[in-house]
Design a protein around this ligand. Structure first.
Ligand SMILES: Nc1ncnc2c1ncn2[C@@H]1O[C@H](COP(=O)(O)OP(=O)(O)OP(=O)(O)O)[C@@H](O)[C@H]1O
Length: 717
């Protein structure tokens, strides 16, 4: 692993506090960690940081514990679990005491040849009782804990779901926010809250165990001349075993970022994703790209050699792998030392031996148990810093601020007016996407009166979709004002604004739900209304396609849960020569033989047109057929992009007829058909509205729009 180096490049993350950035090479990755100045002079800064970090994060743990208790139907189970854990922790000390008593009886029996039978019976029964009780408690816990963990997980999953769903687009697109959210979800490793619950239970049991056993040991060893030595030896061996616990490691709570510019790694990952992602499969096969990709992948992998590796994997074990721990070599012989010392004492001064051989064995065995428990405690506390940091992350994601600030004013004031459409006005609006250097929309101004039909035309990337995104406040402009119904959209309540607008974007992301639910979500209030859904399907021209699907409206176009199959790849032979074929299983389980349902792009689009996505997108079907609708503005981003000419004609005719008096805004890079009917045409080029007016006016103007229109018209002559 490459040597670490501290770069002198000072960056000011915090204006008050200059920070140094530590640069480490982790495989092909460049890891940059912030080193806060206040710790620079402290030797072993990371130890101090760890302790401070634990201290800082404890209030979050406390908050989580209180929340555990408040989860519905959890309080009672939690109390029982805690009591059981405590009891389980105390039982080893109790049985240790019983064993001591038993040995005392045996000692007396050996020396006096008499046995107190009553005492022996009580001790034996007591010992048996507690050992059985311990097993019983473990069995009960085995049943109660999974229930509790599931409830805790469900509670925190719901909370995280709410947090995620509230984030606006610019915030959720931010890679830092994405990282924060990933940190709060413990991807693929269960739930942070359930894991913390398990850790707390363990710590409580282990502390009770170690504490009570220490107490009994103290009593046992009080009379023992070498008792103190024994204790020291036990503790030292346990300590050495875990000596690496405080080795400076990767402090997860620090500000850090990792990137790679390794071209071979990037090429290799790119090839992998092309092969993994089914969306590329058709092009991969049809374009005969397989050989090329394989050779690219192989050569990149060979060039990378041992440096290949995911960042997570490399960063997690880099310190463990790079450090030797001499303590772990010493701990094994040290664990044997108590026995050796007592044997030497017995050889030298047999008369001074205060304990019999059997009790020495007992002490040694229980000391071994105690040492094991202490080691377990150490081991767990090693992860405590990171677990507590995870708990903090879980709560911190709730504080992620949305970039789009909600307005306060209700909209519209007069619900009746909405039936005649809403006016839209852009005043010198400019906008850059977060992180972009160039403007996606530059100084755009236009006005659409209530009830007008507007078409935005222009080439790819000219800024058409951006206008629609700004109207529904997916983003806010950097400059200028957008007015809806004469009011600045930033002053309006977001929910009211989005309620008044129905929008269909170009990237037709269907929800991974059934077609029925996809349609229903366009108008959640009537999601159960079969008739309305059927009519919406009909109006969208998709009922024919739906009728051809075996499951009709209940078809999943993109199933959220994939079918799982055994590890053996289909087509190979098992050890016993049987051909692996999942066909029989598929038929038995009624599973689908392909993951998509085989619709063309255009058919998918027809479905998408009626499956308007998102709670913000009102059902445009409903808004066009009903007058009680609260939608006054309909936005369509290239709704006909992959439709054939006759389907496009049908769609536009239907949309125009059904819109009633609502304001409607289309974006399109095709000219013709619809533009003739538009009240306003905005012709865009390179983020700027170059020309605007009616079709006739723009033709008379004989500018760029007229040129392009004539060019397209000629193609059809
Ligand atoms: N999420 C984004 N982040 C950064 N830049 C973006 C993003 N979306 C669009 N852009 C850029 O903003 C510019 C305008 O894009 P926009 O999608 O508005 O164009 P468009 O006219 O709708 O194009 P098309 O006809 O291809 O849909 C383009 O240069 C595009 O690359």
């Amino acid at each position: 692993m490459a040597a670490e180096q501290v770069s002198d490049k000072a960056r000011s993350f915090d204006p008050e506090d200059r920070v140094r950035v530590k640069h480490t090479k982790v495989g092909v990755w460049d890891l940059y960690e912030e080193l806060p100045c206040q710790f620079d002079h402290v030797p072993g800064a990371s130890r101090v940081e760890r302790i401070l970090e634990i201290k800082q994060n404890l209030p979050y743990l406390w908050r989580m514990m209180k929340e555990f208790v408040s989860i519905e139907n959890c309080g009672f189970l939690l109390c029982i679990t805690l009591s059981m854990q405590l009891l389980i922790g105390l039982i080893p000390a109790i049985t240790l005491w019983y064993s001591g008593q038993m040995l005392a009886i045996i000692n007396t029996a050996i020396s006096t040849r008499t046995v107190d039978k009553g005492l022996l019976l009580r001790i034996s029964l007591g010992d048996l009782f507690y050992r059985t009780l311990s097993r019983f408690l473990y069995a009960c816990l085995g049943r109660i804990r999974p229930i509790l963990e599931r409830r805790i997980k469900r509670h925190f999953d719901q909370r995280l779901f709410c947090v995620r769903s509230q984030l606006d687009l610019p915030t959720s697109e931010d890679p830092i926010v994405q990282r924060q959210l990933a940190g709060a979800t413990l991807l693929g490793r269960g739930s942070i809250a359930a894991r913390t619950f398990g850790t707390c239970m363990f710590l409580m049991r282990a502390t009770a165990n170690v504490g009570s056993q220490c107490g009994v040991h103290m009593r046992l060893l009080r009379e023992q001349p070498d008792g103190l030595l024994l204790v020291v030896l036990v503790f030292v061996s346990a300590w050495l075993e875990q000596a690496k616990m405080f080795s400076p490691g990767f402090v997860s709570a620090r500000v850090w970022a990792a990137t790679t510019k390794n071209q071979d790694y990037l090429r290799m990952q790119g090839c992998k994703q092309i092969v993994d992602d089914l969306r590329h499969r058709k092009e991969l096969i049809a374009g005969n790209l397989v050989q090329y990709l394989v050779s690219q992948f192989m050569s990149a992998a060979n060039l990378l050699g041992d440096d290949e590796g995911d960042f997570e994997e490399l960063s997690s074990d880099r310190h463990v792998a790079s450090k030797w721990n001499p303590g772990s070599f010493l701990s094994a012989p040290l664990a044997e030392l108590p026995k050796i010392i007592f044997t030497i004492r017995a050889a030298h001064q047999p008369a001074s031996i205060p304990v019999t051989l059997t009790s020495l064995h007992l002490i040694e065995e229980t000391a071994g148990n105690l040492s094991y428990e202490i080691q377990q405690l150490y081991r767990e506390s090693k992860y405590l810093t990171e677990e507590l940091a995870d708990v903090r992350r879980l709560y911190d994601v709730e504080k992620i601020p949305n970039r789009i600030v909600d307005g306060a004013d209700p909209f519209p004031e007069d619900m009746q007016k909405i039936n005649t459409g809403i006016s839209v006005e852009f005043r010198n609006v400019s906008f850059k996407y977060p992180g972009a250097n160039t403007y996606a929309l530059s100084n755009a101004s236009f006005k659409l009166l209530a009830g007008q039909l507007c078409i935005i035309v222009g080439s790819n990337g000219s800024g058409k979709s951006t206008i629609l995104k700004l109207i529904v406040r997916l983003y806010d402009p950097d400059d200028g004002e957008i007015l809806i119904g004469g009011r600045n959209i930033q002053t309006l309540k977001l929910s009211d604004l989005r309620q008044a607008i129905s929008v269909l974007f170009q990237d037709y992301t269907l929800f991974p739900l059934s077609i029925r639910d996809n349609i229903g979500l366009g108008d959640p209030e009537h999601a159960d209304d079969e008739e309305r859904i059927g009519r919406a399907a009909e109006l969208g021209g998709a009922s024919e396609i739906i009728a051809r699907l075996p499951d009709g409206l209940d078809t999943y176009i993109d199933r959220p849960a994939k079918d799982h199959y055994g590890d053996l790849p289909t087509g190979i032979h098992t050890l016993f020569g049987r051909h692996v074929d999942y066909g029989g299983l598929r038929a038995a389980g009624d599973m689908s033989s392909v993951t998509n349902i085989g619709l063309s792009g255009g058919q998918m689009q027809r479905l998408a047109v009626l499956c308007l996505h998102g709670p913000r997108a009102r059902s445009f079907m409903r808004s066009m057929v009903s007058n009680e609708s609260r939608v006054g503005l309909l936005l369509f981003d290239e709704p006909s992009a992959s439709l054939d000419v006759s389907a496009e004609y049908d769609l536009f005719t239907r949309l125009r007829e059904l819109r009633g008096n609502k304001t409607m805004l289309f974006s399109s890079h095709r000219f013709g058909n619809l533009t003739r009917h538009a009240d306003v045409i905005l012709y865009m080029n390179d983020s700027v509205i170059v020309e605007s007016g009616t079709h006739e006016k723009l033709l008379a103007h004989n500018g760029k729009y007229a040129q392009l229109w004539k060019l397209q018209a000629q193609a059809f002559l």
